[in-house]
Design a protein around this ligand. Structure first.
Ligand SMILES: NC(=O)C1=CN([C@@H]2O[C@H](COP(=O)(O)OP(=O)(O)OC[C@H]3O[C@@H](n4cnc5c(N)ncnc54)[C@H](OP(=O)(O)O)[C@@H]3O)[C@@H](O)[C@H]2O)C=CC1
Ligand SMILES: N[C@@H](CC=O)C(=O)O
Ligand code: NA
Length: 440
């Protein structure tokens, strides 16, 4: 018996999926029991690299999700609508869904997974986080014996590509972004990549799996890489760091409740010590470092975006569903509980996210000051008054009659640090504070 797939979208990822199906030899035998029966696109006139019979292509995506002969729907059109409605309609029609759309899952996960549970179908999302790297399945299945307390990820390929090129060759931000777009890594609107929203969606999905509760995306602190300058990359290098866009979710290691009473969830550019395992994750590569008890540290590393890697995750999900259907571990029957408990989502509660002002972290700050005597001493005094102790202070030279001072703090409560900065901004000698970054 074969299974019919309705593929919504034939762009970067959809084409990658089509290419795997066009050449099944040497891959899992179950692949040969799956067939792409319909493909939905926006334009029938567009030239396609994939040769598909003309009757397979359509612009009527609603007809695909309502087609009774289709067993599984792959949503790779991206964006919020019509993607959300098409996923919900496919579920309502009793079809299993595979999606790479983290934006929809992070915002409408509650609605989508509740509908899926009710309909007795699976919604599989391996491609939605870290592209081709298996991170969803390990969190759902392989790490179940652990208490997970920390997730630290480089989860956006576009920004990692940009930061790596800026770091290695001093390339300009806009040029590298254009390259990442040409390579198919960036979102249709790359703002989601550059402003940390894409990484925010991904860490929200991972945190939900790791900590057993839903995540309100609005409570996830998201900062992008627009303010990271060549100057900061250079200073960071001299101080023994590289700058990476990190997505972090954590609870105190002693926490033994699911969901935990409170967790940190944040995305921001971060100074990472050069000897940290994430410091050498470059280009479009992604990585996820998980700390758990009793496992300790485990790191997943690989290509986080691009046609082939992302399609690899999509097709693996399809093969998984086919395996479940063949072994009868799924019943499209709402009365039945024969849905795989490790693969379905049954979260009931929202996690409580701690405010950023409570975060305890190190900071890097760059100040432009008038070259007055005693400025460093005054900075030190204000910081000291707010309980901020300094690990290093470097005056790096004079530019346009302004001195540049770079400060790295010890661990400090974020709220105290900001109070100190508010006072520092009022100092007559301070011209500006062009950079403020957290340090891992
Ligand atoms: N690119 C990547 O590396 C990765 C992407 N993803 C996710 O995968 C999804 C797809 O991304 P990607 O392949 O890059 O996107 P593309 O923009 O390359 O492709 C989108 C495809 O969907 C079709 N489409 C879009 N909107 C509609 C619509 N309203 N009606 C009909 N067809 C539509 C387009 O049709 P047409 O061809 O006619 O224009 C195109 O074929 C996104 O959710 C993205 O976040 C996840 C991981 C990695
Ligand atoms: N735009 C995303 C694509 C994969 O999710 C990225 O750059 O990582
Ligand atoms: Na993945």
């Amino acid at each position: 018996m074969g299974f019919k797939i309705g593929l919504l979208g034939l762009g970067t990822v959809g084409t990658g999926v089509g290419e795997i199906f066009a050449n099944p030899k040497g891959r899992h035998p179950l692949l040969q029991e799956l067939e792409i029966a319909k493909v939905g696109v926006r334009s029938l006139e567009k030239a396609r690299s994939l040769n598909l019979p003309t009757e397979v292509l359509t612009t009527d995506l609603n007809a695909i999700v309502n087609d009774p002969t289709i067993d599984m729907v792959v949503e790779v059109i991206g964006g919020l609508e019509p993607a959300r409605s098409l996923i919900l309609e496919a579920i309502a029609q009793g079809k299993h869904v595979v999606t790479a759309n983290k934006a929809v899952i992070a915002r409408f996960g509650e609605e989508i997974f509740q509908a899926a549970t009710q309909a007795g179908v699976y919604v599989m999302i391996e491609a939605a986080v870290a592209g081709g790297i298996p991170v969803i399945q390990p969190l759902k299945e392989s790490l179940g014996a652990n208490r997970i307390h920390t997730l630290i990820g480089i989860l956006n390929g576009t920004t990692n590509y940009i930061l790596t090129k800026m770091q290695q060759s001093g390339a300009a931000f806009d040029d590298v972004l254009a390259e990442a777009q040409e390579l198919g890594y960036a979102e249709a609107d790359p703002t989601a990549d550059v402003d940390g929203l894409d990484a925010g969606d991904k860490i929200a999905i991972l945190a939900s799996l790791a900590f057993g509760g839903r995540i309100d995306l609005e409570q996830v602190h998201r900062e992008g890489i627009r303010q990271v300058s060549a100057a900061d990359i250079n200073y960071a290098k001299n101080l023994g760091f590289v700058i990476k866009l990190l997505a972090i979710a954590k609870v105190p290691p002693t926490t033994a409740e699911l969901p935990p009473p409170q967790l940190e969830a944040r995305v921001h550019p971060t100074l990472v010590p050069v000897d940290h395992p994430l410091a050498n994750v470059n280009d479009v590569y992604n990585a996820l470092l998980i700390e758990a008890n009793p496992l300790g540290q485990v790191m997943f590393f690989g290509p986080g975006a691009g046609a082939g890697p992302t399609a690899s995750a999509v097709v693996a999900d399809l093969i998984n569903i086919a395996a479940l259907l063949k072994t009868g571990i799924v019943a499209n029957d709402p009365e039945s509980s024969r849905i795989h408990p490790l693969l379905a989502c049954s979260h009931q509660h929202y996690c409580n996210i701690a405010p950023m002002n409570d975060l305890v972290t190190r900071f890097y700050a760059r100040f432009l000051t008038k070259d007055h005597p005693g400025v460093i001493g005054k900075l030190g005094t204000v910081f000291g008054n707010h309980g901020v102790s300094l690990e290093s202070v470097v005056q790096t030279g004079i530019k346009a009659e302004l001195a540049e001072i770079v400060v790295v703090t010890h661990d400090v409560q974020e709220g105290n640090f900001h109070q100190a900065l508010d006072e520092i901004r009022q100092m007559e000698a301070i011209s500006s504070i062009p950079s403020l970054l957290r340090v891992l």
